[in-house]
Design a protein around this ligand. Structure first.
Ligand code: PEP
Length: 248
């Protein structure tokens, strides 16, 4: 069975409740005919505003992070059951900005991914190499290390429920996009690693993220192992994001 394309909008720390509502109202008529999974990842405060507007549409909602515990003395954190209670369906885990600025570790991710799955959330696990690692020809080593560590506590059979986003750090928010060949090569490698881990690798959606725009989306999404996109900057404008959805 072909994999359903998966296009996700990572808003990062952008959009108030009012702005989120305006965005969804502008987006929905533009993507009414899509056959793809369209996922919006708002900040915590705007989750409900997006959830309420997307009922009856194909749009899914993802949080941008969660804690691995269901509850506890973790000031400032939000748990998977709390997200499920809001009718959130997915969660971005291990985004490079969280790894870089908030000390997100592979050890924590190894607990978060199974916690998300156990709560019924679809994890969107981000992996990707730095510019230095790419220059040192360490891309595959970095990807394999992250995947093996972050998915250590997930049974091979359960990996079909995980979405992987390949996001080279040097391409995020920089305007510098991986070439379709570079992105394809990395996504194919990720699929091989998942296969070796016992995953139903042909079912797993693998996304590319890093300066995806309407102008480059079709070529990236046309690669055989790229099943979708995780879009940052270009997802803040409904018309631009809808163009990327249409490219899938
Ligand atoms: C991201 O935030 O995951 C991302 C890929 O950002 P951008 O599209 O702005 O590079």
């Amino acid at each position: 069975m072909p994999r359903t394309p998966y296009i996700a909008a990572n808003w990062k720390m952008h959009k108030t409740v009012a702005e989120a509502g305006e965005f969804v109202d502008a987006l929905l008529p533009r993507i009414a005919a899509t056959q793809s999974d369209v996922v919006i990842c708002p900040p915590f405060t705007a989750l409900t505003a997006v959830v309420e507007r997307r009922y009856g549409t194909a749009v899914k909602v993802a949080a941008q992070n969660m804690h691995e515990a269901a509850s506890g003395a973790f000031t400032g954190e939000v748990s998977a059951p709390m997200l499920v209670e809001l009718d959130v369906e997915a969660v971005v885990l291990g985004h490079s900005e969280r790894r870089q600025h908030f000390g997100e570790t592979d050890e924590a991710l190894a607990r978060k991914v199974p916690a998300a799955l156990a709560a019924g959330l679809e994890p969107i696990l981000c992996v990707g190499e730095s510019a230095e690692a790419r220059d040192a020809e360490q891309t595959e080593a970095v990807l394999e290390r992250q995947l093996v560590a972050d998915l250590a506590a997930v049974e091979g059979g359960e990996l079909g429920g995980v979405v992987i986003a390949y996001e080279p750090i040097w391409a995020i928010g920089t305007g510098r996009t991986a070439t379709p060949e570079q992105a394809q090569e990395a996504c194919a490698f990720i699929r091989d690693v998942l296969r070796e881990r016992g995953a139903p690798a042909e079912e797993v959606r693998i996304l590319y993220g890093g300066s995806v725009k309407p102008a480059n989306a079709a070529e990236l999404l046309g690669q055989p192992d790229i099943d979708g996109a995780l879009v940052g900057g270009a997802s803040l404008d409904p018309a631009e994001f809808a163009e990327i959805v249409a490219a899938a």
